[in-house]
Design a binder for this molecule. Sequence first.
Ligand SMILES: [Zn+2]
Length: 151
Amino acid sequence: MDCYVCRSKERFDTLPPRERVDADEHWRVVHAFDSRLPGWLVLVPRRHVTSIAELTDAEAASLGTWQVRLSRALTAVTGCVKTYVMQYAEQAGFAHVHFHVVPRPPDIPLDHRGPRAFAYLHAPPDERVPEAHMDALAIDLRRHLTTESTP
Ligand SMILES: [Zn+2]
């Protein structure tokens, strides 16, 4: 099985901050590796599943909480006005279910809003958020996730 998410899962204990922003027993949060938009997060189940319908009740129970907590952290850390949440898992090698949780900056161009925000993804290497910047963001986000009080 050629799965990008599961390949990195084998290195879980040594993953850099950008590949393990946070995690629990069901979910892991990573920074998208090929985005030009700082803070583009991806929420992945720890198990290999290729359809949302395959998630267990336990995995489903914390899915909404993760999406909301990540949205709060992104708002606090990036200053975004809201977040976008999308899940397709259609690209070859990326069939593992993954929820994009994307900060929507206040000044985003009109032609990059809504689904067209994907123009920020699949950027050429020299236009991607640098790894050091992704790691710094990941550490800020983790600090916010760790310290925020649960309502
Ligand atoms: Zn997988």
